[in-house]
Write a new protein. Structure first.
Lengths: 153, 153, 153, 153
């Protein structure tokens, strides 16, 4: 099942298809219409994927030239390790490709990528109401028991 | 109450007192004895606080020359903003200074610091069983509803 | 002489005056008219000065509310040191304020700033025909004997 | 001639051979014996090549399992470009492999690498007395006319 698609790094020529997935992902989090993510942010985030100075990377899943999903990761410092930590910030599978292992394949590739980059840990966040996502996450990772607090400045 | 102590950036001469707080913080998370944080990590983390290339900073609370608490923050990229995000990784108040507003003062200073550094958001994590901490966090920030998953590589 | 002006970090409200100095500096290097630096670059460079994740900083010299000069520095890694290195990329004194010690004061402040940020060295470049600048540089620093090669990709 | 060796990214298993080249390179710049580069620096520099958060990379030239040369590059910000700049900090060919195109092949690969990482420019430094190196550099790049000043803090 997982063999009929390819997980790979994003390329400049993927922009249109990646943008479509990115819009779908943002809409899922309510960033659409009047609250849509500004284009200026999408533009700079896209440019950062191809900038060797920026520790931010994108992976996509492709089948027959069609992108089915995306994962965005970034490396950052940690006070409790020599190495950097990998934060899997975004993960999305197109609705027409759910249940085929796209999300799992992306997580696995993010882990390989992070390990190759010297990290000992990958982490991500999910909303406590997202039962669908947690069914997958509970199989491939550990629920840490930590909750996230945020303060807008 | 909050006026009889000073919140300030850490200085090289603070090492001994900071180390004592840092050990207490790590012990709280089970990093003591056989599972203690290696000294090599403490050493490099300390050096990063004073390295202009590293986006990692430490604040401390001082009263009459005694350090009462610490906060460590770092800036990292985000795919959904132009600016970097501030992660408040560590927060600790010495047990003899609890209930005096040290933690709240540190969070407020981290927010000021992050705002000055151009961030629009500060976030941190706490364990779902840490009711004491959450009493404070619920007053000063928003419980995002997000849970943290981790995978050790 | 050097006491009637102030060397300080740049502030958001300095933009208009800083921009005027920056244009003068760029014109000196031929970046004016048809070959002017694109506004998009000026805009992002300016934003980086105020972004805590970016190791890029700007200092200015002010007298009676008027900016007389600027210095831009950045920290980057080096293979031969634990600490980062400080590159003083831009230095400029307004033509009406030459000979008053503005450039020297900026270099001295860059050095203090870099030392505080843990660097052991500051370096900069100047064109071999810039005899005026070298008269100052030969007093305050060492001509390393190294030449710069460049390849446009 | 240039086809009987391979230019590639360094790997953890290359350490012993890389270290030998690195020592030779450092000796060329007088960092040997009493003024040798401390081991702690070599250790951290080596670790940075394999850390996804660090914008520092190493390339080597290999022939029949033997390393013939090395190049170390790093990306850093620039005030006059959106993209980062590539600094080729170290370049070295083992004395037994001089004149075979090792240095040129390394420079070409650094340029490809930097272009792929979004840079528009690669630069490096050489001492004005290093006529041998400049014979190569004058063929593959532009002598910028800029001199380097340094100030030890």
């Amino acid at each position: 099942m997982s063999n009929n698609f390819l997980v790979r790094g994003v390329q400049p020529s993927d922009f249109a298809q990646w943008k479509s997935l990115w819009d779908g992902y943002n809409a899922f989090y309510g960033r659409e219409g009047k609250t849509a993510l500004p284009d200026a942010i999408t533009k700079i985030t896209w440019s950062r994927f191809f900038d060797g100075y920026e520790p931010m990377h994108a992976l996509v899943v492709e089948r027959s030239g069609t992108l089915l999903g995306l994962a965005h990761l970034l490396f950052h410092r940690s006070t409790i390790s020599l190495e950097s930590t990998c934060y899997l910030q975004d993960l999305f599978t197109h609705e027409t490709a759910r249940g085929e292992g796209v999300g799992r394949a992306l997580i696995e590739e993010v882990c390989r990528y992070a390990k190759h980059a010297g990290c000992q840990k990958v982490y991500w966040q999910t909303h406590k109401t997202n039962a669908t996502a947690m069914r997958l996450y509970d199989k491939v990772a550990d629920k840490s028991g930590f909750l996230v607090y945020r303060k807008t400045l």
